[in-house]
Design a protein around this ligand. Structure first.
Ligand code: HEC
Length: 154
């Protein structure tokens, strides 16, 4: 009992303060206590990368594809797709001959789409065939597939 009594009186003394104790600095608020903001929502699921073989009919508008081809592809593949464009003359790998039905007939639409979108290297072909997915939209890629098909009649 003695001990408890002593403790009690110490506490009481402490509570009274005695007056001569220097004011204690208030401790800084603990940094780890966040303001009462609600927990952040998890970010929405990232949009899925378009699959390498997109759904549906991959042959878009061939006429529009022809215009795109003249602009982006003919420098290497040639105006009529024979692989004789001026840029490719010095290439170690000749661009595919898009008018070669025997060769083009073996390629699926999905393969052609992927080659144009992700480049030759994505299908084990020459990286000189660059990926166009960053420049051309999905409908434009489909238009080009249609035009490449038209060149070879496949
Ligand atoms: C810088 C030159 C260059 C440009 C520009 C270019 N290509 Fe190619 N392309 C190539 C080369 C080289 C190959 C041959 C790759 C190989 O056989 O290894 C090729 C191959 C291809 C193939 C055949 C792939 C296969 O499996 O045989 C297709 C289809 C094709 N290109 C479409 C296009 C289209 C469509 C465009 C325009 C958007 C385009 N290319 C622009 C150089 C080019």
């Amino acid at each position: 009992m003695r001990v408890i009594g002593a403790l009690l009186s110490l506490l009481l003394l402490g509570a009274c303060g005695g007056g001569d104790e220097p004011a204690r600095p208030t401790p800084p608020a603990p940094a780890s206590t966040p303001p009462s903001a609600p927990a952040p929502e998890p970010p929405p699921a990232a949009p899925k990368e378009p699959a390498s073989a997109p759904e549906g009919n991959l042959r878009g508008d061939a006429a529009n594809g022809a215009a795109l081809y003249a602009l982006y592809c003919s420098s290497c593949h040639g105006k009529t797709g024979k692989g004789d464009g001026p840029v490719a003359a010095a290439f170690p790998t000749r661009p595919a001959n898009h008018s070669d039905a025997a060769y083009m007939g073996k390629l699926s639409d999905a393969h052609i789409y992927q080659v144009i979108q992700k480049g030759g290297a994505s299908v084990g072909k020459s990286p000189l065939m660059a990926p166009w997915g960053g420049v051309l939209s999905d409908p434009q890629l489909r238009d080009l597939v249609a035009y490449v098909r038209q060149l070879s009649g496949t």
